[in-house]
Write a protein that binds this ligand. Sequence first.
Ligand code: ZN
Length: 156
Amino acid sequence: MSGNVEALYQEIILDHYKYPRGKGLIADAAGESFQVNPTCGDEVTVSVKLDDHGHLHVGYEGQGCSISQASASVMSELLEEASVADVARAERAFLEMMHSKGAAEPDEDVLGDGVAFAGVSKYPARIKCALLPWMALQDARHKAGIEFDKVEKTEG
Ligand code: ZN
């Protein structure tokens, strides 16, 4: 990753931190999850529901470091009104990228601004910050009964 790309990624993260997209919980959520990252002091709550067309609606609240809060904003923007298949694809791609130790070449079509966290995967102490909203999403969608196994089987 070149210095220019890294600087651009940092700008994207700071922009989402300063101007969070779609912040706020869903009133009639089907599932909600509160997650804490004790090593950094980050907190994120994610709420989800599916509408009648099978599209996800995602809300969030939180406080903490720029990486955790920007990650929540990026996730919410990326997944708002996404199909369950697209949510599954994005979740898998983000988790893979964060476990790549900086080696990932993330797909912007799948991850949107989420690609900006590729550089964070080099810093073990910050990986949990970036993953926190996605962990909350996983738990919230489990509670809402939104599972991916069916999707993956039909895709395969
Ligand atoms: Zn953090």
